[in-house]
Design a protein around this ligand. Structure first.
Ligand code: ADP
Ligand code: MG
Length: 507
């Protein structure tokens, strides 16, 4: 196992202000939509892209007298996510009403979990390159309802509302302010996404808004963060601003960068950062004020009288724990030690569980490094180029494995294998690699007699080349090239090289 505790911690990003150096402190509140067919408190569908207002139960529309009924499946997904983040699961949690008025929230409140979240403290290991990782502490995960959507750009005089999203289950994953730069923030969201996709608890589709983040940013002087770490005292850190609703890794980085510089300029000018909620404008590349920071009491939180406290049993949690898949960190460690591949390659191969499974099907019982090379460079490279996912690959793991066996047994050269791969991808789809190789006359010449004959002919016909090569050994490569050409690329280059050196009396 790779021991993440032995990893080096990345250096925090330093921003040079006009007067001093500054460091960033970042904490994220990630909203992950639970991958569930039904909403958190109703049976209405969660399908994306449905006709507006077609997935709305009476309770979602807040019809009088309607009561919420908890969806057990959503609760299980929150527990599963908590276990995936090595977090404490709270056997008793409770729902609260967070009251505010907005047209896309017919109830006039959002049902959330302020005081007693279902998941407590956990952690995420964020890889920042081979041997470098940041441990980000998770404070909590709570379950809550999503709001609907107001639409202002369909008509010049009217606004519309679509309640399809109203009441969809969200997991809000709150981190401690342990993230120290824009790249780390993006890598943190990517890691959460990866873990949840492995778990199947959130599809991670950021474009559809199924995964989005509120990004809290502050700046401090070098050394202040260490003081906070030693004492747990937030007040040594700078005042933070919260950038709402970011659903792109690229924009998260750009917004943090902009926001940090804005805050530094204020402080260096003798001003004070005002704690507030801001919005990022991707067209302008700026953040702008949306509203002043609201406190919990502004929302008049109180326990939701329509719902009993949520009691779950340890045995039920244990059942969920028993179905946990191998998670990215463990899989990566196993790939590095078990297949002898680099951490970098293991990162690429474990990005998605399906990719990792494909690699293992190819690598089992074969040379792991060679399998990794072929899977990453040839297969994934080609899939990327053609915009395909691994599920849609024209060349199966069994075929690729069969090809590697032909190389290993010396039946085909690596160059032939590339041609064979091309054939399997295009005109010989689904065929047996050994048969395709035979059909297309791909066979490595291992018969040294044939190679020797070709070389002897060359030497006899080119005495002046022989003399040159004897003076400058580098020129012997010409003979190797000519023999490979004469044998139609079917000879093994290493064998030819050896024979050339021997015949010319080199080395
Ligand atoms: P509140 O009580 O206002 O909800 P929290 O302390 O719960 O604030 O923090 C909300 C989010 O803000 C968390 O993700 C946390 O990591 C982050 N955060 C807290 N303090 C800072 C800070 N000084 N700089 C950046 N992020 C911070
Ligand atoms: Mg809080």
């Amino acid at each position: 196992m790779l021991d993440h505790l032995s990893y080096k911690t990345p250096t925090p990003k330093v921003i040079h202000g006009a007067k001093e150096d500054w460091e960033l402190v970042i904490g994220l509140e990630v909203h992950a939509q639970v991958a569930s067919k039904a909403k958190l408190f109703s049976g209405a569908s969660t399908e994306f892209g449905s006709e507006p207002n077609s997935n709305v139960a009476f309770v979602d529309a807040a019809m009088p007298g309607m009561l919420p009924v908890i969806n057990e499946y959503c609760v299980a997904q929150a527990v599963r996510t908590g276990l995936g983040l090595k977090a404490a699961i709270n056997l008793t949690s409770a729902f609260d009403r967070k009251n505010y008025f907005y047209p896309d929230l017919p109830q006039g409140y959002q049902i959330s979990q302020l005081y007693h979240p279902i998941v407590g403290e956990g952690e995420v290991i964020v890889d920042m390159g081979p041997g470098v990782a940041r441990r980000v502490r998770i404070e909590r995960i709570h379950l809550e309802q999503d709001a609907g959507k107001s639409i202002h750009d369909l008509d010049p005089t009217m606004s519309f509302v679509d309640l399809n999203r109203t009441g969809v289950a969200l997991m809000e994953i709150v981190s401690r302010p342990d993230i120290r730069g824009p790249e780390e923030a993006a890598a943190y969201v990517a890691k959460l996404r990866q873990i949840m996709r492995y778990l199947g608890t959130c599809d991670g589709n950021m474009q559809n808004g199924n995964l989005r983040a509120d990004v809290n940013v502050s700046v401090c002087r070098p050394g202040d963060y260490e003081k906070y770490q030693a004492t747990g005292d937030h007040s040594v850190l700078g005042t933070r601003c919260e950038i709402k609703n970011m659903n792109s890794l690229r924009f998260i980085q750009a917004a943090i960068e902009y926001e940090a510089r804005r805050q530094i300029a204020i402080v260096e000018d003798g001003g004070k950062v005002v704690q507030e909620t801001r919005l990022y404008d991707p067209d302008k590349g700026e953040t702008r004020s949306m509203r002043s920071k609201e406190e919990a009491h502004d929302y008049r939180y109180f326990p939701c009288p329509d719902l009993l406290p949520l009691e779950i049993e340890q045995a039920w949690v244990d059942d969920i724990a028993a179905t946990m898949p191998e998670l990215p960190d463990e899989k990566k460690a196993r790939f590095v030690t078990g297949y002898g591949i680099t951490e970098y390659d293991a990162d690429v191969l474990t990005a998605e569980a399906e990719n990792a499974a494909f690699f293992e099907a190819v690598a089992k019982g074969r040379d792991g490094k060679q399998a990794a090379n072929w899977v990453i460079n040839e297969l994934f490279g080609r899939l990327n180029k053609e915009g395909l996912s691994v599920e849609a690959t024209p060349v199966s793991a069994a075929q690729l494995g069969g090809m590697l066996d032909l190389i290993a047994s010396g039946e085909i050269t690596t160059k032939m294998a590339k041609d064979l791969f091309e054939l399997l991808w295009t005109t010989e789809k689904g065929q047996n690699p050994a048969e395709v190789a035979q059909k297309h006359g791909m066979k490595q010449v291992t018969d040294t007699g044939a190679i020797e004959k070709a070389l002897d002919d060359l030497i006899a016909a080119n005495p002046e080349q022989v003399e040159k090569a004897k003076v400058n050994a580098k020129l012997a490569g010409w003979f190797t090239g000519q023999v490979l050409k004469a044998t139609g690329g079917k000879a093994n280059p290493a064998v030819v090289n050896q024979m050339v050196a021997k015949k010319l009396g080199l080395g």
